[in-house]
Each structure stands twice: as structure tokens, then as C-alpha cells.
Design a protein around this ligand. Structure first.
Ligand code: FES
Length: 212
């Protein structure tokens, strides 16, 4: 009896176990289906998100491209990017004012004395150390071409036109706050931090220069 009972209990257990296993199997199956559904949902949602982002990217590119095209310089602006200057009329000791990209440019024909003045200055005396050679073209050290824009706050210094004050160092003088530039247009006194900027330029011939 005890054994039967055990068997019976065992049978019940086996039956319950089967039912439990079946229920567990069903639950796992439904969980699996649920997970599959969730994963499927996630994947679907991810796909929708990726697709949305992709379309947003395409949309942005579609909007940006015309903007970029709009920002490209027009033909007249490109024409302003370089300036050709005839320097044949500038005598030794004279300077002219011209412009490049709507900024003033000084072109000075240095005298031998002004060249010597620039060359004798030790670089250690300079706030923005540069030799005259570094600021002119080889073999054409008498031609000093710089922007006419003070490196302090952007005023146009004096000294290019006849009779204008050239400051304590014989180059250019900015009266806005008192910056003095030497004969190589290097800052020597006053608040300006840098030398007058030398723009990119090339000699097309002995008398024609292209700036830009
Ligand atoms: S802008 Fe030239 S010294 Fe201030």
C-alpha cells in the first residue's frame, strides 16, 4: 500500500509534473512569442527610427545643398579675390593705397635708406619678429606690400599718402590709439600686437603685381 501510494503519489507527481511542464512549456512558448513580438516590435521600431533618421538626413541634405550652393562666392566676389596693380608709377620713397577684398592695401617703394633702417633692427627688439626679407619677395625687397589695417582695432594707419605722419619709426602711424610701425611695417610702439599683414601676392612682371 505504501508503495502503491508512493507510486500513486509518484503518478500524481508525474501527472502534475507533466501538467506543470506543459504549462511551463505553454508559458515559455507564449513568452517566446511575446519576446519575439517585442523583438519584432523593437526591430520594426528601430527600422522606423532608422528610416526616419535616414529620411531626415536626406531632407537635411536636400535643404543644406541649396544653402551651400547659395554660400558659394558669386562671380563678382571671385573677381574681387585678386587685384592686379601697376606699380610702375610708384617712385622710390612713395607709396599708394589700393584695395583687395574690400580692404585697404599699402604698396610702398622703399628707399635704400629705409631698407637699411629695417635691416639693422635686431629681431629681439621686435614685438612680432620678422625680417624685411620675410616680408618681401627675393630680389624685390624695396617693394613692401601690406594691408593698411592696424592690427590693434582695425583703423587705417597714416603714412601712405604724401605728407601724412609716419610715426616714430618712419613707416606708418595709427592715430586711433598711437601705434607706430617701422619702415618694414612692423609694430614698434603702441597697442597693436602684430605687424601689418602681408597679403599673398606675386609679381607678374617688374611692374605688375597680383594680390590674392
Ligand atoms: S586701431 Fe590702431 S592703434 Fe588702435
Amino acid at each position: 500500500m505504501r508503495r502503491f501510494a508512493r507510486v500513486k503519489r509518484g503518478g500524481q507527481f508525474s501527472e502534475n509534473h507533466c501538467q506543470f511542464t506543459q504549462r511551463k512549456g505553454n508559458r515559455m512558448a507564449s513568452e517566446s512569442n511575446l519576446n519575439a513580438g517585442i523583438e519584432d516590435g523593437v526591430r520594426r521600431r528601430d527600422f522606423i527610427n532608422i528610416a526616419a533618421v535616414s529620411f531626415a538626413g536626406v531632407g537635411a541634405a536636400t535643404v543644406v545643398l541649396p544653402l551651400v550652393n547659395q554660400m558659394n562666392p558669386s562671380a563678382d566676389v571671385l573677381a574681387l579675390s585678386s587685384t592686379e596693380i601697376d606699380i610702375s608709377a610708384i617712385q622710390s620713397g612713395q607709396a599708394i593705397k589700393t584695395s583687395w577684398r574690400k580692404q585697404p592695401v599699402f604698396v610702398r617703394n622703399l628707399t635704400p635708406v629705409e631698407i637699411a633702417e629695417a635691416k639693422k633692427v635686431p629681431l629681439s627688439d621686435l614685438r612680432d619678429p620678422q625680417t624685411l626679407d620675410e616680408r618681401t619677395k627675393p630680389g624685390k625687397e624695396n617693394w613692401l606690400i601690406t594691408l593698411g589695417v592696424c592690427t590693434h582695432l582695425g583703423c587705417v594707419p597714416l603714412g601712405a599718402a604724401e605728407g601724412e605722419p609716419r610715426g616714430d619709426y618712419g613707416g606708418y602711424f595709427c592715430p586711433c590709439h598711437g601705434s607706430h610701425y617701422d619702415t618694414a611695417a612692423r609694430i614698434r610702439k603702441g597697442p597693436a600686437p602684430k605687424n601689418l599683414f602681408v597679403p599673398p601676392y606675386e609679381f607678374n612682371s617688374d611692374t605688375v603685381v597680383t594680390i590674392g
